[in-house]
Each structure stands twice: as C-alpha cells, then as structure tokens.
Design a protein around this ligand. Structure first.
Ligand code: PLP
Length: 320
C-alpha cells in the first residue's frame, strides 16, 4: 500500500509498504469526529497487458473537494496520480484480466492525531490500498425509494465522499434489503420528492427517448462514471438532460408506458440495470430490458479492457 503522513503542516516523504495493520491511537480524531474521506477506482489491463487507470485525475480533484469540505489538507494531485501509477505498476500481476474485473483501488485520508476535542486535526494519513475485484451486480436491481431517512441535505456533506455519509446510509440500506430490495434510492431531504442518487451510484432514466439524470445540486456525489456516461451518450448522439426529476414523474412515466429504462452508474458497480423501484408500498415497474444501459456498460468495459478504442481519452496507461 501507498502511505503518506501529514504533520508539521506538510505532507511527508511517501512510501510503498506491504499491506498490513497500522497502529491506531484510541484518541485518533477520525474515530471520534469523522474526518475521513475516500475514493474508489479501478485499474484494468489492455490486450497487450498494459495496466490502465480510468480518469485518475478526476479522483484526485474529487478527493481534494472532499478534503476542503471536511477541513482536511489537500493532497497534491500530481502526487495522487503518480502514487497510483507506482502502486499499480508494482501490483500489476494482481490485475484480473477478465473483462469487467479489475484491481480495485481505495485512496483514503483520515485524521490520526490523538486528541479529544472538536477542531481540525493537525495529523493525517493518506493511504492507497489495492485488491482484485469482480463486477458486483450482474442481476437487474430493485431499488427502494426511502421516504423516512435522508442521505444528504443542502449545505451538508453529500457532494463529498465522506465516510460519515456511508455510516448514515447503512441502517436504511439494511431496511431496504430486509424488504427484498437491493439498494436505497435517495430522495431530497426536504420534500422526499426529487430523486438524488442510489447507494453508491448515480442514476439515469430514459423517458420518451430522452436521457435524464439529476443535476448536481450540492447534495449529490459528482460521480466520475456519471460524467463519463453523459459524455459517452452525447458523443453517441443521445439527448442528455441534467435536471431535477421527481419520483412522481417516474411513477407517471411508468404508468403511461413512457419510462423506457433506468440504470445506476458507479465505479464499484459499473452500470446496474434497474428493474423496479419500491415507493410507498408499491413497485414502480421500470423495464425488463435496458438496451442503452447495456450499450454503456459494454462500451465502458470494452474501453477499460482495450477491446474498444478509447475515443474520449479516458484511459491513463501505466508503462513499466
Ligand atoms: C454515493 C455515491 N454516489 C455515486 C457514486 C458513483 O461515483 P463514481 O462514478 O465516481 O464511482 C458513488 C461511488 O463512488 C457513491 O458512493
């Protein structure tokens, strides 16, 4: 794993060391006050066996967006990308070659200063872990539109990839699973109407031929897959609109037969096709097939495995 400590107001000499436990002081501030942020990314290999990263500079930027929101020090973006390259180069034999699989990379930063008291910490660790992963969702997913709990409100930390956001989502996710759904579909915090995003995915709908995805309103995570899917669909000639979309609009479109498909997008899941959405004790049927979602999934997997041309310049090759 890659490790770099922040102390005396500066990032110290980084190192790559074998993955293993680190000593943690019980007063480490991240454990008490939650200064902890992370990223999720994947390394794949192309047909020649060259490792590649998917838009790592975007993760570097988003990590620093999260760091600023949580009052943490920014990590130099060039070093972030160089660290990933060095680690993936070293771990290249761990990258599974099958299309859809990858070496999952988890860059994260947390406050490890031992201090009891609510203020910004002065000591942090930035770490990158790597481990091989399979594609997660192969089946179509069922979402549960949550009308009691919220994920994020305006002015909160929803647009940051803060560990605390996920802690708050665990109980509602377990509830959704106990009701037979796979993931929570989050609605806006004020009226429980506008669709925000799914557990670890952004969401897209196709209604009357138009692709709609919720606009980044400050409470939604700006997914790098989301950004890439928008670029890809526009490149392919689809009309993509970023705007508020309510659960009522989706329900009406389903009733009228104009809801053509919906899919979630995220690094961990890739593209997850959505079958139904549970809302107020009834299921909104989405679709049994997702041709656009499937095309997007095949394109992203194809580019990541080098089977398709990287027309939009997403991939960052790691030459040895
Ligand atoms: C809450 C949330 N929304 C959306 C996403 C999708 O983001 P990305 O496409 O950058 O993986 C993720 C995954 O990181 C997430 O955790």
């Amino acid at each position: 794993m890659f490790l770099c400590a922040f102390e005396n107001n500066a990032w110290q000499q980084p190192e790559i060391i074998p993955m293993g436990p680190l000593p943690t002081h019980p007063a480490a501030m991240a454990l008490h006050y939650g200064q902890a942020i992370f990223e999720g990314m994947k390394a794949t290999v192309n047909l020649e066996g060259t490792p590649m990263l998917f838009r790592p500079e975007q993760n570097a930027k988003r990590l620093n967006f999260s760091a600023r929101r949580l009052g943490m020090p920014e990590f130099p973006e060039t070093l972030f990308v160089e660290a990933l390259k060095a680690l993936v180069d070293l771990d290249r034999n761990w990258i599974p070659p099958q299309q859809g699989s990858a070496l999952y990379l988890r860059p994260f930063m947390y406050a490890d200063e031992a201090f009891i008291g609510m203020r910004a910490a002065t000591k942090y660790k930035f770490i990158i872990m790597a481990s091989p992963s399979n594609p997660i969702y192969s089946k179509r997913v069922r979402l549960y539109a949550e009308t009691h709990y919220i994920r994020a409100a305006h002015g909160g930390t929803g647009a940051a990839k803060a560990a605390g956001n996920y802690a708050a989502a665990i109980l509602p996710t377990e509830h959704a699973k106990s009701k037979g759904y796979d993931q929570v579909l989050w609605l806006d915090a004020q009226h429980f109407k506008s669709i925000q995003e799914v557990g670890t995915m952004n969401i897209f709908f196709k209604i009357k031929g138009q692709i709609i995805t919720p606009n980044l309103d400050g409470a939604i995570l700006a997914g790098i897959t989301r950004m890439s899917v928008i670029e890809l669909l526009r490149h392919k000639g689809y009309q993509v609109v970023e705007r508020p979309i309510s659960i009522d609009e989706v329900r009406e479109a389903s009733k009228e037969g104009t809801l053509e498909e919906a899919f979630g997008t995220g690094t961990a899941v890739g593209i997850a096709m959505i079958q139904d959405i549970g809302y107020k004790d009834k299921d909104i049927h989405v679709s049994d097939e997702s041709p656009v979602g499937q095309m997007v999934l095949d394109t992203i997997n194809g580019v990541r495995s080098g089977n398709l041309k990287d027309e939009l310049n997403w991939m960052c090759r790691i030459e040895s």
